[in-house]
Design a protein around this ligand. Structure first.
Ligand SMILES: C[S@@+](CC[C@H](N)C(=O)[O-])C[C@H]1O[C@@H](n2cnc3c(N)ncnc32)[C@H](O)[C@@H]1O
Length: 228
């Protein structure tokens, strides 16, 4: 399949994917691309941690950054390489679990991470590792470890949704980072993500993580920069 992610009038990232091999770009990716497109990234070094199809790293590369993409899924690495070529940009791809691989070896100006954010092994084909019972496993490891791989004035761009408990995210940000800034606080149609069954969505509503508006299920997502 192919999808074009647009930001503003002139910025577009073209992404190909096979959803049996890699997590497809979702509404999260669209928001990240818009936020990235508003940043002065020319000449910056960027790590796209959990790159999936490479959409965020490729957006950063199109904006002039030198980009490394990493993911534990070998299918993601393959598609990130295919998509970099499709968008005429060069990226460096590394298959790795978490970001420990880079500690003591590389430093970046920006780490961008659209981490898996839902409890359980909701998509065992694409992401064969459990996200942990509360859907925080990769996000938390990035929140704790990204300061170790950032330059002195480096930043993390990530997000946290209402299924994950914002207070936990806020507490980790306050512990490991000098400051943080929420750049987008969005209530979004969550039922559009077709990897979740009706029953799963209903369960999250019952647990108070999401809510319904008419026919759709809605959740809240906060996108933030954390400053080292
Ligand atoms: C929500 S998808 C985001 C993909 C892409 N960045 C995007 O915005 O469309 C999360 C990605 O993180 C990867 N991932 C999950 N756990 C990981 C881990 N512990 N280490 C590295 N990558 C991980 C998954 O394989 C998946 O590609």
């Amino acid at each position: 399949m192919s999808i074009a992610i647009r930001a503003g009038d002139n910025f577009v990232v073209e992404i190909d994917f096979d959803r049996s091999e890699v997590y497809p770009p979702s509404h999260y990716a669209k928001n990240f691309v818009r936020i990235l497109s508003e940043q002065p990234l020319s000449g910056m070094t960027v790590l796209d941690a959990g790159c999936g199809t490479g959409v965020l790293g490729i957006a950063a590369a199109k904006l002039g950054a030198t980009v490394t993409c990493s993911d534990l899924n070998p299918g993601a690495i393959r598609w990130a390489e295919i998509n970099a070529e499709k968008n005429n940009v060069s990226i460096h791809c590394v298959q790795s679990e978490g970001i420990d691989e880079f500690v003591g070896r590389s430093k970046f100006d920006l780490v961008v991470c659209n981490a898996p954010s839902n409890p359980g092994t909701y998509n065992p084909v694409v992401t064969p590792r459990d996200n942990g019972p509360d859907g925080r496993q990769f996000l938390d490891s990035v929140l704790v470890n990204a300061p170790k791989i950032l330059h002195r004035n480096g930043r993390l761009l990530s997000c946290s949704n209402s299924e994950q408990d914002w207070n936990t995210t806020r507490d980790i940000l306050n512990t490991y980072w000098a400051s943080y800034r929420i750049v987008a606080d969005l209530d979004e149609d969550f039922s559009g993500l077709d990897q979740f069954s009706e029953d799963q969505l209903k369960a999250w509503v019952q647990q108070g993580h999401c809510w319904t508006e008419g026919d759709v299920t809605v959740h809240n997502v906060r996108y933030f920069f954390a400053y080292h």
